[in-house]
Design a protein around this ligand. Structure first.
Ligand code: B16
Ligand code: MG
Length: 220
């Protein structure tokens, strides 16, 4: 009998990788409007962070002051148009290694699957990747506090009426792992980042063998 009833997945960096496209879109926007070439090292600060929060972080690092919230929103929308163009060709080949095996394993165990992404483009990407059939629920990040706030992960748990202890969540970003732990959910870190707050960590989901996952969902 498994203790875990729900698995929540982050999108960028776990299901697919859109980090490059997000940062390229910001880079093009900053060159066009401010004549500034963003330092690649800034990318990590925007991972898992909402569109507006990412923009504010990049503006601060670039020492550009904009007080007008309408202008911030307008420029963030422009970045999103560039980003949408960059992801317009995404298909199944962009699914990260090991994802399908993990999703199939969870389905077999009758564990609900939710998407807990900060991205408003998540439903579009899940359709492009042809993964809709796996997801029982996709969190709408609109109006929710950005990760590391727990809002996105708690919304998924509350949607099913479960307790946080009955869920696990997968994340690639520091802000995301913090959000999971702030929601009191078991955190599975994925990828190259340090992610010191994660309960367990794998370089890739291909390293998460079904015997390990079985133990995690039994709460061992
Ligand atoms: P959008 P995740 C995050 O995705 C990205 O890592 C982050 O770079 C982006 O700013 C955020 O989504 C919002 O995305 O502009 O598409 O709404 O890791 O939470 O899946
Ligand atoms: Mg992510």
């Amino acid at each position: 009998m498994s203790k875990i009833k729900l698995a929540i997945f982050d999108l960028d960096g776990v299901i697919t990788s859109t980090t490059e496209e997000h940062f390229k879109a910001w880079t093009l926007l900053f060159i066009k409007h401010f004549g500034i070439r963003l330092d690649q090292d800034l990318e990590v600060y925007t991972k898992g962070v909402s569109r507006i929060e990412s923009f504010k972080i990049l503006l601060k690092h670039s020492k550009v002051d904009i007080d007008d919230m309408k202008l911030i929103e307008c420029l963030a929308n422009e970045k999103n148009e560039i980003y949408k163009e960059l992801i317009s060709e995404f298909n199944e080949s962009k699914i990260c290694p090991g994802v399908i095996d993990v999703l199939n394993f969870l389905k077999q165990k009758n564990i609900k699957i939710a998407l807990g992404s900060a991205s408003k483009n998540a439903p579009y990407l899940i359709r492009s990747l042809k993964l809709e059939q796996y997801f029982d629920y996709i969190v709408d990040p609109t109006g929710k506090n950005s990760k590391p706030a727990p809002d996105i992960f708690l919304d998924a748990v509350n949607h099913f009426g479960y307790d946080p202890e009955e869920a696990i969540a997968f994340e690639d970003a520091e802000a995301g792992v913090k959000a999971i732990k702030n929601a009191h959910i078991f955190a599975i870190g994925v990828g190259d980042e340090d992610l010191k707050d994660a309960d367990v960590k794998f370089k890739s989901l291909t390293d998460l063998k079904s015997s390990i996952l079985e133990n995690i969902i039994r709460g061992n």
